[in-house]
Design a protein around this ligand. Structure first.
Ligand SMILES: Nc1ncnc2c1ncn2[C@@H]1O[C@H](COP(=O)(O)OP(=O)(O)O)[C@@H](O)[C@H]1O
Ligand SMILES: [Mg+2]
Length: 353
């Protein structure tokens, strides 16, 4: 099912939790709603499920306006951060409960529960109570329960945030597998850019209730629409070198050294700007426009060699191959690739190059 959100706004008194949001969630896609805590993600899910009324705007399911429909008429499955399983029921009873409410005959209920248990891989745990299950297992039960009613839309609100780091990676791959097998249009809420990037077909990035960009994770990373997007995606975070635009070029704050990039529009002299550079966009040996720098520190992170560099009095991180013989304290010239290097207006965040 395709979900269309049109000019959706939610106000709580003075707070605008969601501000004029328009996005389309593709049929059968896994969509990540991404953004820092408080940016309106849960509020959007609650409006999609019908728990919260919208202040303004419309929600369409396959073109049908559901904005005024109560939750029970929307056929939406919800999984919360804390799983919210019924503690006195077994896994099996939890999964069957929504079907009992729907008055499905017992035999069918059990068949459906067995299928779902297989899908989420908990077949041997069906007679356990939630307290006898690990966090990851409880999450699987919660997903099976949400899928029991064969929802047209599955909403997952930070489903992995209660799990430890290793299990999180495993469970996110499981969610992707389950989503691909069930083919249900799924909205996955997270504040973790890596989590969103690793599984989502489509990422919707929000800041204070306002849509920043909607595209594949790759596109957000490679072609950010503004500074917030460039800064939110990627680890280590993108380098931020401060300066101004003078004569159509970026000039470093203290040294005044110039770095030229093609500007998207004419920019007034003196405009405060950020030259944003991904760590993997540092090139050594330098070619083309070069900048002198000093190696402040050098780390090995897994397979990579990450160097902390001092460039025109500012610190930045760059991946420099271990094959290249440099040491802490060395002076060398670097250059930047064109890819992964952007200029932003420091005040507005507008992309200038
Ligand atoms: N019931 C409510 N009453 C008042 N303010 C709320 C309510 N629910 C959420 N908010 C506010 O709306 C904003 C978005 O909240 P939320 O959707 O929970 O963000 P997220 O899930 O992205 O962390 C926050 O500023 C939050 O304080
Ligand atoms: Mg939330």
């Amino acid at each position: 099912m395709q979900v269309t959100i049109e000019h959706l706004t939610k106000r709580f008194g003075e707070t605008i939790a969601v501000n004029d949001l328009s996005v389309t969630l593709g049929d059968g896609r896994l969509v990540a709603l991404l953004g820092p805590s408080g940016c309106g993600k849960t509020t959007i899910l609650n409006m999609l499920s019908g728990i919260l009324p919208a202040t303004e705007g419309r929600i369409l399911f396959d073109g049908r306006d559901v904005t005024a429909l109560p939750p029970e008429k929307r056929n939406v499955g919800l999984v919360f951060q804390n799983y919210a399983l019924y503690p006195h029921m077994t896994a099996l009873e939890n999964i069957c409960f929504p079907l009992e409410i729907k008055k499905m005959p017992k035999k069918q209920r059990l068949e459906r529960a067995a299928q779902l248990a297989q899908l989420v891989r908990i077949s041997e745990l069906l007679y356990r109570k939630p307290s006898e299950l690990s966090g990851g297992q409880q999450q699987r039960v919660a997903i099976a329960r949400a899928l029991a009613k064969e929802p047209q839309l599955l909403l997952l609100d930070e489903p992995l945030s209660n799990l430890d780091a290793k299990l999180r990676v495993e469970m996110r791959e499981e969610i992707l597998r389950i989503q691909r097998a069930s083919k249900v249009t799924t909205v996955f809420v997270t504040h973790d850019q890596e989590e969103a990037s690793s599984i989502a077909d489509q990422v919707v990035l929000l800041k204070q209730g306002v849509l920043q960009q909607q595209d594949t994770a790759r596109k957000l990373y490679d072609e950010p629409d503004n500074f917030f997007v460039a800064d939110f995606l990627g680890a280590p975070p993108i380098n931020k070198l401060c300066g101004t635009i003078e004569g159509g070029k970026f000039r470093f704050r203290d040294s005044g050294a110039a770095y030229g990039l093609p500007l998207r529009r004419e920019v007034a002299d003196g405009t405060a700007a950020v030259l944003a550079v991904r760590a993997e966009s540092v090139v050594v040996p330098a070619a083309g426009q070069t900048l002198p720098c000093r190696v402040v520190e050098r780390y090995t992170i897994g397979k990579d060699e990450l160097s902390i560099l001092d460039v025109e009095g500012q610190r930045m991180r760059g991946y420099i191959s271990g094959d290249y013989p440099i040491q802490k304290g060395d002076a060398l010239d670097i250059s930047f690739r064109r890819k992964g290097v952007f200029l932003f207006d420091a005040e507005t965040g507008e992309r200038l190059s």
